[in-house]
Design a protein around this ligand. Structure first.
Ligand code: ZN
Ligand code: ZN
Ligand code: FE
Length: 763
């Protein structure tokens, strides 16, 4: 006879059972005060166990009563430090250990072959607690320009290897003093395990050098003298977080003009650092989203609309209604700019087409003749990182240059790569990217690959990503263009080089960051990209399918006299389009070219010499800018298109005619209408607005004819807020789902991500 189980009521009342769980966390959890937070949380709840950094993130073991474990896991998500980001949380129950107390264990570096995917934090703007201490005369870090804590300071720019720990950073050379070490070791301190921890006694120091590289002053004296030089109108090279800035008084027209002359940069706008948000608001219109971005830990350059009478010299951003603005983001910038109390130009410390300088010795050489003096320090920069640029468009943040504050956080994509893939990007605004599993780590902006210095920086950036993530990628992806330096660099690397068509890469980058799947329609418009038929593309509608694309529609190609030379001279694109419209009649129109140049272009067009054809919308923008007289020369890439956007009168909603036939968008009716308008003397603002509205109608008509419900807007043309907003409105009103860029630039800075994604079906 079976023994009946004891009735429930008679069971002795038990204490809540204890459990032990092992939590494996991946995400941005190193270098943000995550372990001290876990430690405090465990203490608070009376849980036992430990927390430890690993190659892939953080591992926690906790032991205690079940409900408390649940509370712990909930609080982990809800109360984590502001810069921490949990991307995945694995939970496994393990056997109890019974030992009391909770500890922070040293980083686990034992398994050197383990796959490394721990996220490296980007550099973060100085936090309010550190600023308060820096301004407190009784604090031991009073006026110390390298103050930082677990919530702020350098990360990417100082890391040399993973896991993120002091020996693997540029701070390894500084031995902590007794006070710093005490803070570093105290789990209750804000600087517990803050790897860049430093103080005036033990950390990096300032130094002022003259144009010959000789040291003129140190410490606070160096700062005061540098500030005085800026007040007097001189150009200061400042060693910042990820590289050098060139700084001068933004109100002083002579100083700004002199910097332009020395840097050989006649018109491209300069970015400006203001002493405070309030000062920014005095000069610019600041929307809430823009205010959030300016004050964020990323602290990017935000493009803001200038007010009518800004306090700045006209030379800062000549003829441009927008201004690139940032707030001080390092303690050093705070000290300098608060000392000055006025806005300063802060442009990258480099020569044209060279990467930003990072080393004080190198800077004195490279910036000779540009900077009058150099305010430097002895904390090495191991990861070069420019300022990021963002613009709020269609109500959302769009990163136009992805660097400090953003890189190298990965884009998590919908495909897991079985082996690492390296993408080398395009030619302009280059970035490189490395895929490890479902993470694509993108380098900060490197720039145009026109100089040996830029090629070296490109190689360093690729090597750094591979070294950090211990990847030896066999598969190297590059642009289809045979003459791009990045294509040659891919071949030099050996391994399996894979070419990806330029606009396909743009489309896939947009698809990846929006996590949409094919089929969808990509509108990929830019200045230049090598097509599969060896012609120059740039006005493309690509139907994306799993594993490939079909060029379903494109702008009618037109000749581009002089090829690449046309990029600098919008009048060439104008003549090319006119010639396609009206043949020899084109040459009787006056478009502001001297006779001799016009004859040469005429001969070239008639004999078809050095007149490659293009379907580029970027060049159509150039042509319209030249025909309307709004912009006759491109002093920098995109100047003509920007000028057209800025002049457009947003009240006008009429459009020009166009035709879509046999997969080709015939723009000739639009050009005829535009020429008539110019002749009839309607305002240029109206012409520019009608032109933008026409492009948006073309997108809508194309989307309707293709019929895919999801439309991607990508390529450099979509840095234009008016074009983007018109297109989004039209498409959304017609019921399409529209995806544009946000965390990855729509321009060629996003290509590397798309190149990686092109391999997703084969690797
Ligand atoms: Zn801080
Ligand atoms: Zn110290
Ligand atoms: Fe492009």
């Amino acid at each position: 006879m079976p023994i009946a189980p004891a009735p429930h009521s008679q069971q002795p009342k038990q204490k809540e059972a204890t459990k032990r769980e092992r939590l494996t966390i991946e995400g941005a959890v190193q270098g943000v005060g995550f372990r001290p937070f876990v430690y405090r949380l465990a203490q608070e709840l009376g849980l036992a166990g430990y927390v430890q950094n690993t190659h892939t993130g953080v591992v926690i073991e906790i032991e205690g009563a079940s409900p408390l474990l649940e509370t712990f896991k909930q609080a982990l998500q809800e109360r984590k430090p502001p810069q921490a980001c949990i991307m995945s949380l694995g939970i496994r129950q393990i056997t109890n250990d019974g030992n009391p107390g909770f500890t922070i264990r040293p980083s686990d570096t034992s398994d050197t072959d383990a796959e490394t995917t721990a996220l490296i934090q980007p550099d973060l703007a100085v936090c309010t607690d550190c600023l308060r201490e820096m301004n407190d005369p009784t604090d031991r870090r009073y006026r110390y320009p390298f103050i930082n804590c677990s919530h702020c300071g350098p990360r990417f720019s100082i890391i040399t290897a993973l896991p993120y720990g002091r020996p693997n950073t540029a701070m390894a050379r500084f031995a902590m003093c007794h006070d710093c070490r005490t803070e570093y070791n105290n789990p209750d301190d804000r600087r517990h395990h803050a790897q860049p921890i430093a103080c005036p006694k033990c950390g990096p120091q300032l130094e002022l050098r003259n144009g010959k590289g000789k040291t003129d002053a140190r410490h606070d004296d160096a700062l005061q003298q540098a500030a005085q030089a800026v007040r007097e109108g001189r150009v200061l090279a400042l060693k910042g977080l990820g590289g050098f800035h060139l700084i001068c008084d933004a109100r002083n027209a002579d100083a700004v003009a002199e910097l332009r002359r020395r840097k050989d940069r006649p018109v491209k706008p300069f970015a400006v650092i203001y002493p405070s948000l309030q000062a920014v608001k005095g000069d610019c219109l600041v929307m809430p989203e823009e205010e959030r971005l300016l004050s964020s830990a990323q602290a990017p350059i935000v493009l803001l609309r200038k007010k009518k009478m800004p306090s700045l010299a006209h030379e800062v951003a000549p003829g441009n209604p927008y201004l690139g603005v940032m707030l001080p983001y390092t303690p050093l910038h705070h000290l300098l700019i608060c000392e000055l109390g006025f806005p300063v130009v802060a442009t990258s410390g480099n020569r044209a087409n060279e990467p930003i300088c990072i080393d004080e010795g190198e800077a004195v050489e490279t910036l000779k003749g540009i900077a009058d003096l150099f305010l430097v320090h002895d904390r090495p920069i191991s990861g070069r990182c420019d300022d990021s640029i963002v613009r709020v468009m269609a109500g959302r943040e769009t990163v136009l240059r992805r660097a400090r504050g953003y890189a190298p956080l990965p884009v998590v994509v919908a495909h897991s790569f079985s082996a690492p893939v390296l993408a080398l990007g395009g030619h302009f605004k280059n970035t490189v990217a490395l895929a490890v599993r479902d993470r694509v780590f993108m380098s900060p902006h490197i720039g145009n690959l026109d100089t040996p210095q830029a090629w070296a920086a490109h190689r360093e950036a690729a090597d750094l990503l591979c070294r950090l993530y211990k990847a030896e990628p066999e598969n190297i992806v590059h642009d289809l263009h045979p003459d791009y330096r990045s294509t040659q660099l891919a071949e030099e690397r050996g391994g399996n080089a894979i070419a990806v068509q330029h606009h396909h890469a743009h489309a896939l980058a947009c698809m990846a960051e929006n996590r949409v799947k094919p089929p969808c329609l990509a509108v990929a418009w830019d200045g230049t990209g090598y097509g599969t038929d060896s012609s120059i593309w740039g006005g493309e509608f690509l139907a994306l399918k799993p594993g490939g694309f079909e060029r379903v529609l494109h702008f009618m190609p037109f000749p581009l006299p002089g090829g690449d030379a046309a990029v600098l001279d919008p009048r060439r694109a104008a003549l090319g389009m006119l010639y396609a419209l009206e043949g020899d009649g084109a040459f009787s129109r006056d478009i502001g070219l001297p006779d001799e140049a016009r004859w040469l272009i005429k001969a070239a067009l008639q004999k078809n010499i050095n007149c490659p054809t293009t379907s580029s919308v970027g060049r159509i923008f150039d042509a319209v800018a030249a025909l309307t007289g709004i912009c006759m020369e491109n002093g920098f890439e995109g100047q003509a298109a920007m000028a057209l956007e800025f002049v457009a009168d947003r009240q006008v909603i009429e459009v020009y005619a166009f035709e879509i036939k046999n997969s080709v968008i015939d723009w000739r009716p639009m050009l005829s209408g535009l020429l008539q308008d110019i002749q009839s003397g309607i305002t240029l603002g109206a012409v520019a607005a009608k032109f933008h509205a026409t492009l948006a109608s073309i997108i809508l008509a194309a989307a309707k004819s293709v019929g895919e419900p999801t439309v991607l807007l990508t390529g450099g043309c979509f840095q234009n807020a008016l074009l983007l907003e018109c297109a989004v409105d039209e498409l959304e009103q017609a019921g399409f789902r529209v995806c544009s860029h946000q965390q990855v630039p729509p321009n060629d800075g996003g290509l590397a991500l798309g190149q990686i994604m092109a391999t997703a079906n084969t690797l």
